[in-house]
Design a protein around this ligand. Structure first.
Ligand SMILES: Cc1cc2nc3c(=O)[nH]c(=O)nc-3n(C[C@H](O)[C@H](O)[C@H](O)COP(=O)(O)OP(=O)(O)OC[C@H]3O[C@@H](n4cnc5c(N)ncnc54)[C@H](O)[C@@H]3O)c2cc1C
Length: 319
């Protein structure tokens, strides 16, 4: 068994789901199983040093090039595909980077990918949600290389450290540079807390009515609670907030200890992204809203009355 994790840099630090992927390594093997980690990007020295300190890491392979500063996956997929061939299991976080990269590697190697794994039953058997999270599918794979995108929030982070750092091996960048894509700009989220690992998420729906209201109500409430900001697809499409705050079937999946759903109806596609939350508080003006079926605490009220009161209360508590 040879396991490889592919990871990257997000806003100058290690992809925060990395430690969740480390715990998958133990689930595939046992407490003694280790993995190699390949890191792609630019200026990776401190990142590689950090990765090399974790117990489960056998060696760190660094592909560091200025060409990879903006991480266009087209410029790294071919080189990674050649590396991946030597492993039995390849793990990557099911974020926008992983969802963009791994299918390309799968295509090059003519392998099928198993997406958004939530549980590892054995080295060959994996569970994932299908039909917007309503059914858990169990898949047995007989592929020589199992390509897995991992729903990080389903796994507890493995933070165990080594006594001595693992070796770091610099690999020369040799991927053909794609002429078909060009980096233009990044619109990074203003979420300072990573959604997929957040302990508290404050989410707003289309009922907020405008970007201004979203900024004046959802963001301050999230800031008071030290929470990440989430949204429904309707709110994202109305441009109240950035695309990467969308939670649901076609957005991020979260499993916080507390999820606040504000002005959200609870469409099945939204529920798919938040139903693993430990506690849910819903605020909705409609007592029959579907979200209340998932709520531990429901407030039937106008959000424009309740949210300012909550912010004031939290302000007073903080004083
Ligand atoms: C293929 C596909 C994929 C999709 N993927 C996603 C996804 O990933 N994530 C996602 O969220 N959606 C997704 N959707 C869209 C989804 O079906 C819903 O349209 C969307 O979630 C609705 O968002 P909403 O709850 O903000 O809006 P609505 O459904 O319009 O609900 C608004 C809610 O606000 C309440 N409300 C109104 N005014 C107030 C007020 N003043 N105070 C309090 N409550 C108020 C209303 O009672 C209502 O319940 C997808 C749809 C499709 C077809």
């Amino acid at each position: 068994m040879k396991i490889l994790i592919i990871t990257n840099q997000v806003k100058n630090s290690l992809n925060s789901s990395f430690n969740n992927l480390l715990s998958c390594v133990q689930n595939i093997g046992n407490n003694y199983t280790t993995c190699d980690v390949v890191v792609v990007g630019h200026d990776l020295n401190s990142l590689c040093t950090k990765i090399s300190t974790y117990k489960r890491v056998a060696q760190v392979l660094a592909i560091d090039s200025p060409v990879l500063a903006n991480l266009l996956v087209e410029n790294i997929a071919t080189q990674l595909a050649a590396i991946v061939r030597n492993y039995t299991h390849v793990l990557i976080n099911a974020d926008s980077f992983g969802k963009n990269l791994l299918p390309r590697i799968a295509g090059i190697l003519e392998l099928s990918q198993i997406s958004e794994v939530i549980k590892i039953i054995s080295p060959n058997i994996f569970q994932r949600y299908i039909y917007a999270g309503n059914i858990i599918q169990e898949i047995e794979s007989f592929a020589d290389v199992k390509l897995l995108t991992i729903r990080a929030s389903s796994f507890i982070p493995d933070l165990e450290l080594r006594t001595e750092a693992a070796p770091i091996i610099a690999l020369e960048y040799n991927n053909p540079i794609s002429s078909k894509v060009k980096y233009i700009k990044s619109n990074l989220t203003d979420n300072s807390i990573n959604l997929s690992n957040a302990k508290i998420v404050v989410s707003g729906g289309i009922a907020l009515e405008s970007k201004e209201n979203f900024n004046n109500l959802i963001r301050p409430l999230a800031a008071k609670l030290n929470a990440a900001v989430g949204a429904t697809r309707a709110a994202v499409e109305a441009e109240f907030t950035s695309n990467d705050t969308q939670i649901g079937q076609t957005g991020s999946t979260v499993a916080p200890q507390l999820y606040l759903a504000i002005g959200i109806s609870g469409a099945v596609q939204h529920i798919a992204g938040m139903k693993d939350s430990t506690s849910v508080i819903a605020i909705n003006i409609d007592a029959n809203a579907h979200i209340f079926e998932y709520a531990d605490y429901g407030i039937v009220a106008d959000l424009f009355d309740i949210v300012p009161q909550l912010i004031t209360l939290l302000d007073q508590k903080g004083e």
